[in-house]
Design a protein around this ligand. Sequence first.
Ligand SMILES: C[S@@+](CC[C@H](N)C(=O)[O-])C[C@H]1O[C@@H](n2cnc3c(N)ncnc32)[C@H](O)[C@@H]1O
Length: 216
Amino acid sequence: MHAGPWHSSATAGPVDDYLYSMLPKRDDVLAEMEDYASKHNVPIVGPAVARVLQQLALMINAQSVFELGSAIGYSTVWWAQAVGEKGRVVYTDGDPKNATRARSYFDRAGVSKRITIHTGDALEFLSEQKQQFDIIFNDVDKEDYPRVLRLVSPRLRKGGLFITDNVLWSGRVAEKNPKQAETKAILEFNRQLYNSQEFFTTILPIRDGLAVAWKK
Ligand SMILES: C[S@@+](CC[C@H](N)C(=O)[O-])C[C@H]1O[C@@H](n2cnc3c(N)ncnc32)[C@H](O)[C@@H]1O
């Protein structure tokens, strides 16, 4: 059994266990981060989604990634490994304690030089960016998702990827009369993303749902 707090809503049960059993062993630092997240209920993407993120980055030869909502830096390390020595990843989180913990993991994983750490509001920091990134990864508070979407396009290169976690929200997106503000925000976000003429979007139903939007 490979249970962790990142386990799936979309593929629960034996299929989920099978998917996780197929994953290659992670290196010591990533394994320690998974362990810490599990013990302290830090909502990381987990290894199955992280592997998709890294694969997508490798497929488009991404050299620059902007991450909104990085927590202890678990997904950040996977990005940093994908972009290689010359690549750059922007870590953002509102909680300075997360950033301190993340920094020590980055040092130990040997990827510090590839990562810029920003503590503060991720949306504000993205809005200040003058460059275009290869990938923008969205994992902040769910009520902010529609606002994130409005910021992304000018800061993403043509052919780049806008990737968002938790877009199935433990299946709540399928409720008949959703009341929760987060669910409503995610529904609005998914609708706008699919309808956008700027992006070609699919939702991968892995774990809690990963939206992958390719900028045309
Ligand atoms: C789901 S966790 C990120 C997990 C991380 N992406 C991973 O998979 O390893 C979300 C994080 O986003 C941070 N956060 C939420 N809204 C934010 C905002 N507007 N600006 C900066 N950080 C934010 C929270 O502090 C939290 O640590």
